[in-house]
Design a protein around this ligand. Structure first.
Ligand SMILES: N[C@@H](CCC(=O)N[C@@H](CS)C(=O)NCC(=O)O)C(=O)O
Length: 208
C-alpha cells in the first residue's frame, strides 16, 4: 500500500493508522499547490480532486476520502479494535463520528488554511466556528477516554490530527480540559509519534 500525504495534513490520520497496523507501507509526499508528487507524478491522475489523502492498494485501486480510507485500514487490523465490526450499531456510531469529524470539525478549520490573511473579524468568526464544533468533542470526552468508548479507534486518529491544528493556528486548547489532555495522551502513542516524526512535525527527542 502507498499513502499519498502532505506533512501535518489530514492524511496524518491514515499514516497513524498504517503505523498501528504494523505492516510495511510506502509514503509519497504531495505538493498539492503544484499538483505533483515528490516523484514527479501528476497527482490529478492519482486523485482527481487534488487533495490528500489517497491510498493506493496493492491491487492498484486508489481510495480517497478520510472516512473511507480510515475504515478500510481499520478493517485490516489483526489486533485491537480500531473499528467496530461492520453491521453493528457500534460501527454506525463510528461512521457518525467520522462524518462529524470530516464535514463539521475538519471543515471548520478551512478559513485558517485558505491561504488568505484573515481580518480580525474573519479570524474571530473562524475561531467561533471551531469552538462550536469542539464543544461536542469536549462533551464526548468528558464521558469516555476515547471518542467511541474505552479503546482508541480510527476516529481518534482523525480527531487528534484535526484538533491538533488548533496549536498551529493559535487557538489555545487548554480552554477544553478534556480535549487538551486527550491530545497529549494520543500524541504519546508510538504510532502517532512515529508518524509525526516521519512527516517532520516533531524532532527526535519528542519521538523517542
Ligand atoms: N473530503 C476530503 C478532504 C481532504 C482535505 O481537505 N485535504 C486537504 C488537507 S487536510 C488538502 O489536501 N487540501 C489541499 C491543499 O492543502 O492544498 C477527505 O475527507 O479526505
Amino acid at each position: 500500500m502507498k499513502l499519498y500525504y502532505k506533512p501535518g495534513a489530514c492524511s496524518l490520520a491514515s499514516h497513524i493508522i498504517l503505523n498501528e497496523l504494523g505492516a510495511p507501507f510506502d509514503l509519497e509526499k504531495v505538493d498539492t499547490a503544484n499538483g505533483r508528487t515528490e516523484n514527479g507524478a501528476d497527482y490529478s491522475r492519482i486523485s482527481p480532486n487534488g487533495y490528500v489523502p489517497a491510498l493506493q492498494l496493492d491491487s492498484g485501486d486508489i481510495v480517497t476520502e478520510n472516512p473511507a480510507i480510515l475504515q478500510l485500514l481499520g478493517d485490516r487490523a489483526t489486533v485491537g479494535s480500531l473499528v467496530p465490526v461492520a453491521g453493528t450499531m457500534a460501527r454506525i456510531r463510528l461512521q457518525e463520528m467520522l462524518n462529524f469529524l470530516s464535514s463539521e470539525l475538519h471543515k471548520a478549520f478551512g478559513p485558517f488554511f485558505s491561504g488568505q490573511d484573515l481580518t480580525d473579524d474573519e479570524r474571530a468568526n473562524a475561531e467561533a466556528g471551531v469552538t462550536r464544533r469542539v464543544k461536542f468533542i469536549e462533551a464526548t470526552l468528558a464521558e469516555k477516554p476515547y471518542l467511541l468508548g474505552d479503546a482508541f479507534s480510527v476516529a481518534d486518529a482523525y480527531a487528534f490530527v484535526v484538533l491538533n491544528w488548533s496549536n498551529f493556528v493559535g487557538i489555545d486548547t487548554s480552554q477544553w480540559p478534556h480535549v487538551h489532555e486527550y491530545l497529549a495522551r494520543v500524541q504519546d502513542r508510538p504510532s502517532v509519534r512515529k508518524a509525526m516524526k516521519a512527516e517532520g512535525l516533531i524532532g527526535d527527542e519528542a519521538a523517542a
